[in-house]
Design a protein around this ligand. Structure first.
Ligand code: GLV
Ligand code: GLV
Length: 317
């Protein structure tokens, strides 16, 4: 009999088509994209499966892996992020893990630029003013923001910003990455220097124990009060109370967030009361083509893993 697979979401059609037409697996799925599969249902459904295809709303932890049992050999997540996975528990059980980096890079970079410009040029405030009667007359400093021209950007979206006359790109990482940095002529600096020098600081690292809340009081206090902070990685890299403080006291000029803790961010959250904070509902990779590419990659990773072959994109555990 064919290996059994559970898919925790109605994933975009390209991935489902690959699973269906492979003839290699029998799969069941949570047939909705509007709400995640309830935890109890998930714990039931994974019993005895050989493979699991999940999205980032599912916590893959010891409890779930116990519920699945020893048949489970392959986990494929339709995400580049892996902070929803207990890597240690997966490793302990010898479960291979596929994920979907690279295919979403363009979509995320585009959204990051869009969010950066939306925040720095205050577009949400501006459309609101236009619509609600705030547009009394043309005014000389009304809705002024900060421009990219002549700025210093701490960044992973440098290639996209080439037309904007940015003066200098700087970046930080656990170690310099000359092969990437040379393409965009970016200088490696410490996190401290990054905070001090950046006019636009964008975060795009994975959430790990090392990066948890690295964007905190200490970092914001080193930033200029004209600087814009952008996060399209994971909400957990930011201490949100510290960010609220920095934004409300004018320590930094603005923030654009595609990710928060928790998600969804409650509508009565203090960050929503700030005019200089733009919050998006985790849509950085949300283009039709990219979400289908992620779906297809997740499906292919799963099938390859179940055949005992190297996956296209596999996490080293
Ligand atoms: C999106 O946030 C992802 O991890 O793919
Ligand atoms: C702006 O529209 C200007 O004419 O300065």
């Amino acid at each position: 009999t064919l290996p059994r697979v559970y898919v925790t979401r109605q994933i975009p059609p390209e991935g489902l088509k690959i699973l269906r037409e492979s003839g290699q697996v029998q799969f069941q799925l949570w047939d909705s994209d509007d709400i995640p599969v309830p935890r109890q249902e998930l714990l039931e459904k994974v019993k005895g499966v050989d493979g699991l295809l999940c999205v980032l709303t599912e916590k893959i932890d010891a409890e779930l892996l116990e519920a699945a049992g020893p048949n489970l050999k392959v986990l494929s997540t339709m995400s580049v992020g892996f902070d929803h996975l207990s890597l240690e528990e997966l490793k302990k059980r010898g479960i291979r893990v596929g994920y979907t980096p690279d295919v979403l890079t363009d979509a995320v970079a585009e959204l990051t630029v869009a969010l950066l410009l939306t925040t720095s040029r205050r577009l949400i405030e501006a459309t609101h003013e236009a619509k609600t009667g705030g547009w009394g007359t043309w005014r000389t400093l009304w809705l002024c923001g900060y421009e990219l021209a002549n700025s210093t950007v701490g960044v992973a979206i440098a290639e996209r910003l080439a037309p904007f006359k940015v003066k200098k790109f700087i970046y930080t990482d656990v170690a310099p990455r000359p092969e990437l940095a040379s393409i965009i002529n970016a200088e490696y600096v410490s996190l401290d220097e990054l905070a001090k020098q950046s006019d636009f600081l964008t975060v795009c690292c994975a959430l790990t124990p090392e990066t948890k809340e690295i964007c905190n009081k200490d970092l914001f206090s080193k930033m200029k009060n004209t600087s814009i902070f952008i996060n399209t990685s994971r909400g957990g890299v930011v201490n949100q109370e510290d960010l609220y403080e920095a934004l409300s006291t004018g320590q930094i000029a603005g923030a654009g967030l595609d990710v928060t803790v928790p998600e969804p961010l409650p509508t009565n959250h203090p960050l929503f009361t700030l005019k200089n904070c733009v919050i998006l509902p985790h849509i950085a990779s949300a283009s039709y083509s990219t979400r289908n590419a992620m779906s297809a990659l997740a499906a292919n990773n799963l099938l390859l893993g179940l055949r005992g072959e190297p996956m296209i994109k596999e996490l080293k555990l």
